[in-house]
Ligand binder design. Structure first.
Ligand SMILES: Cc1cc2nc3c(=O)[nH]c(=O)nc-3n(C[C@H](O)[C@H](O)[C@H](O)COP(=O)(O)O)c2cc1C
Ligand code: SF4
Length: 402
């Protein structure tokens, strides 16, 4: 399928098959209020030719922001400002989906110390070095319910669809993992019960937005962790999502516990920024920071970007076994590869993240034949900066946000 051919997702027609994958933007205040920069950023991406922009993970519940700068969808008060964001996108042919997330159990230590470190099961939390408390049945139902109004607000604000963040080790993803979900009740114990939370969220969202609104998911094909989600389970979950009526699936992999959290966005591990993050998150680690270098180097071997489109083999399998559109994300860097993915497999769209921070108008340049490849170095500095509470920007374009 040609890259610049439209793709229709539950009645919404994307002008082409290049998706801007979710990236936390760091352009909202701690409560989730968007700054004017957010509308400008999405307007720039849409003007730059992306067929669909998916927002960074938006909060469905107050107080659970991972970076301190994510979009809030937990209150009606955000709707007017978010309408400006969607209007900025709709001045161009591109569309915009909101990504919905609940960040525990991967909250940074300072946030988790305030709101509690919670997870499907009790245990040691490698992200914040705290002890996770297992969520109660009532809490689980309450969180799943919160996704419904958040999706309704997204629709009211003019978003064209939503994406459930069921990847990378956040709550939906953790419930799916046999390693992290060791419950023995209606939310865990076997494959079916581990799926129950995602089912509850999906149905809450679907009933809030109706049948005619795209509800999609970003799903881990596998977790990259021994004992975690396997590709066979990932495919079964994809099948189940399809049976429920999901409208598209973006296939990713990895969690915060693998390669210091860089597995989904393979590439460089910026040591200086990394030390800053560790220092800000774990003050007590400051004295040992000078000797952290070798540890970071070993972890970075697990996530070196050694091949382009590193998750294509996973997305390809999903696309072979499912009929819903499958998006391929992770390390796509050249126009040639983007075209190959669509012509040599049944994948429906190609997603890019970091290259569009470096070059917000890359898609238009590809379409005009002006440039064959992205100039992003996959150094991941933008990733760590956002984790430090800064706005999304490329260090190669100082002074400018994406
Ligand atoms: C700064 C930054 C923020 C990110 N935030 C999110 C996010 O909020 N939700 C999500 O699903 N993935 C997030 N990701 C992962 C990307 O969506 C994508 O899966 C990953 O970067 C691989 O694609 P790429 O090689 O084109 O960058 C983020 C990545 C970066 C670099
Ligand atoms: S900082 Fe720039 S070059 Fe480095 S990964 Fe981010 S966008 Fe790419």
């Amino acid at each position: 399928m040609p890259l610049f051919q439209p793709l229709t997702v539950n009645g919404v027609t994307l002008p082409n098959r290049v998706v801007k994958s979710a990236m936390a933007e760091g352009l909202c205040d701690a409560l989730g209020h968007p700054s004017p920069g957010l509308a400008k950023l999405y307007g720039r991406w849409s003007a730059g030719g992306v067929g669909l922009a998916i927002t960074g993970m938006a909060t469905v519940r107050q107080g659970y922001s991972f970076t301190g700068g994510e979009i809030g969808l937990h209150s009606d008060e955000f709707v007017p400002a978010l309408r400006e964001v969607t209007e900025a996108v709709h001045r161009h042919p591109g569309k915009i989906f909101a990504q919905l997330n609940h960040a525990p159990p991967q909250l940074p230590r300072p946030v988790a110390q305030k709101v509690g470190s919670t997870a499907p099961s009790a245990g040691f939390n490698k992200t914040n070095l705290l002890w996770n408390r297992a969520l109660t049945d009532e809490e689980i139902r309450g969180i799943a319910r919160d996704f419904g109004p958040a999706a309704r607000r997204a629709r009211e604000a003019g978003f064209d669809g939503v994406q459930l963040h069921a990847a990378h080790g956040y709550l939906m993803s953790r419930f799916l993992s046999p390693l992290h979900n060791r419950r023995d009740d209606r939310w865990g114990g076997d494959f079916e019960r581990r799926l129950a939370f995602l089912a509850e969220v999906f149905h809450a969202v679907r009933s809030a937005v109706g049948k005619d609104f795209p509800v999609t998911a970003k799903l881990n094909a596998h977790d990259g962790e021994r004992g975690g989600l396997t590709i066979e389970d990932g495919l079964r979950i994809g099948q189940r999502l399809q049976d429920w009526g999901i409208d598209a699936i973006e296939v990713s992999a990895g969690t915060g516990d693998v390669g210091l959290g860089f597995y989904p966005n393979k590439g460089g591990m910026p040591v200086e920024e990394g030390k800053k993050w560790l220092g800000a998150t774990f003050g007590f680690l400051k004295p040992v920071m000078p000797v952290m270098g070798p540890f970071i180097k070993v972890a970075s071997r697990a996530v070196a970007l050694d091949e382009e489109a590193y998750f294509w083999p996973l997305a390809r399998r999903f696309a072979e076994e499912l009929t819903v559109p499958v998006f391929c994300v992770g390390g796509v860097r050249t126009l040639k590869m983007a075209k190959r993915i669509l012509t040599e497999s049944r994948v429906a769209a190609v997603s890019l993240a970091r290259p569009l921070v470096r070059q917000p108008t890359l898609v238009r340049a590809w379409q005009k034949g002006e440039t064959p490849e992205a100039t992003c170095e996959s150094c991941n500095r933008c990733f760590v900066q956002v984790g430090l509470g800064e706005r999304l920007r490329c260090h190669l374009r100082p002074g400018e946000e994406a």
